[in-house]
Design a protein around this ligand. Structure first.
Ligand code: PLP
Length: 442
């Protein structure tokens, strides 16, 4: 074996034993989470009802949250850098959100009627996101995409839906590794390479006559916080306009990255936008909206109106919490500040990686980021796949031990109550990880 191959083999053995030790420590530290997990096994397949939350040996159970902190069932305290995959923007029990929910509860829930909050929240959302001339609410981001894609099919009278490898648009729209057996029965064209302008334009042209919609996250979130270049998004805008294809930005995650989402930041305005997560103030939420000529198809006063149902579309808890959050807490100024804080934090973490010349980096924009264990620019899921998955697991377990909570896949989303001191704690934890595990990261 060459010296390099010998070194790599030794590193793999070291990584395997580091992981074995880290998992054993996790089990030792978390017996109560283990017992709660065991209890759920009888009724939930694999003890789980939300796949992304599962990891070996078993997932942590959180018992309490307050502000930017979480406590697990064994009493460990964490700085919450996961922020419920971006939905937890306001942190835990924000007083303004809490008050809005209390007031809503005092007034009674589940009226089976219009309520006074839905139009108010809709107006705020409409004012923020440039593409949203009219909108409708749903219960989740998945449902928002189901409706947005379906109305695009109806509007264009065409049959195909273009998405991107590595993309995620909800439980029935998952393209992390191409097509998935649980995806909805749409006629998908999966564009292979995010950020590949000529390749994608050629594909749009090839399918132009049958293509109803191009759905894209302006930064792939679940795929590893991989930003689209503004030039790529502009090229999509131009090609879809030319061929009468609806351009749908899935801003379920990225809408938090500026006061008006990435569409406003880059000034690339899609025809349709799907939204979700934090906009419901932490309650179940989704919304889809866009051009008035498309969305007005849902106007029930029209004889040819498209129906759009959903028992909880306007549920008063979501409407109230969402309205309080957007009007009083996540103001445009706070959006700018939080994302500037995130940019600075990510730059500091990347400076640590560069200083030690490690195969490790943090990608993202503003308040969202993901760790990757490789050098070089990451422009698509194909680049990201070259990074070590085992190191992501080790990073995750080591961060938990240091009181930092994040997604098992290495993603973080900042929430508003996170302080500079919490940011310092994250930088210190990453620094310690690099010192302890440095030999594995070269
Ligand atoms: N679209 C994107 C970009 C998402 O990240 C998600 C969820 O993570 C969804 C859609 C689906 O939203 P929900 O989980 O509310 O169904």
């Amino acid at each position: 074996m060459s010296t390099i191959a010998t070194q790599a083999a030794a590193r793999n053995i070291d990584l395997d034993s580091a992981l074995t030790d880290a998992r054993a420590l996790f089990v030792k530290r978390n017996p109560n989470s283990g017992a709660i997990y065991q209890e759920a096994l009888g009724a939930l397949p694999g003890g789980n009802t939300r796949t992304v939350l599962f990891y070996a040996p078993y997932p942590l159970t959180m018992s309490k949250g307050d502000g930017a902190y979480l406590w697990d069932a064994d009493g460990h305290k964490y700085a919450d850098f996961l922020g419920e995959y971006t939905a937890g923007l306001y942190g835990h029990s924000h007083p303004v959100i809490r008050k809005a929910l209390d007031q809503a509860l005092d007034g009674g829930i589940s009226f089976g009627s219009h309520n006074a909050m839905e139009g108010k929240l809709a107006k705020l959302v409409q004012a923020r996101f440039p593409s949203v001339e009219l909108l409708r609410f749903t219960n989740s981001g998945t449902e928002a995409n189901l409706m947005a894609i379906t109305v695009a099919l109806v509007y264009t009278g065409r049959s195909k839906v273009m998405v991107f490898e590595g993309g995620y648009h909800g439980g029935v729209f998952t393209f992390q590794t191409g097509q998935s057996p649980v995806n909805g029965p749409f006629n998908f064209v999966i564009a292979p390479t995010y950020n590949d302008i000529p390749g994608t334009i050629a594909l749009i042209e090839k399918h132009a006559k049958e293509l109803a919609v191009v759905a894209i996250e302006p930064m792939q979130g679940g795929g590893g916080c991989i930003p689209a270049s503004p030039a790529f998004l502009s090229a999509l805008r131009e090609a879809t306009t030319k061929h009468g294809v609806v351009l749908l930005f899935d801003e379920v995650m990225t809408s938090r990255l500026s006061p008006g989402g990435l569409q406003a930041l880059y000034n690339v305005i899609p025809d349709m936008t799907s939204l979700g997560k934090y906009i419901g103030g932490g309650m179940s939420f989704g919304a889809f909206g866009g051009r008035a000529d498309i969305m007005s198809r849902f106007d029930p006063r029209r004889p040819d109106a498209l129906p759009h149902a959903g028992t909880f579309n306007n549920n008063i808890l979501t409407m109230s919490a969402g309205y309080a959050g957007l009007s009083e807490v996540y103001t445009p100024q706070r959006a700018v500040e939080l994302n500037a804080f995130g940019d600075k934090l990510r730059q500091r973490l990347n400076a640590l990686c560069r200083k030690r010349d490690l195969a490790m980096q943090f990608t993202g924009i503003g308040s969202m980021m993901s760790v990757h264990f490789l050098k070089g620019e990451i422009r698509s899921i194909f680049d990201a796949r070259a990074g070590s998955k085992e190191l992501v697991e080790l990073f995750f377990l080591d961060m938990l031990e240091r009181g930092i909570y994040l997604a098992r896949r290495g993603m973080m989303a900042l929430s508003l109550p996170i302080t500079e001191t919490d940011g310092e704690a994250l930088v210190a934890a990453v620094d310690e990880f690099q010192t302890a595990r440095g030999s594995l990261l070269k």
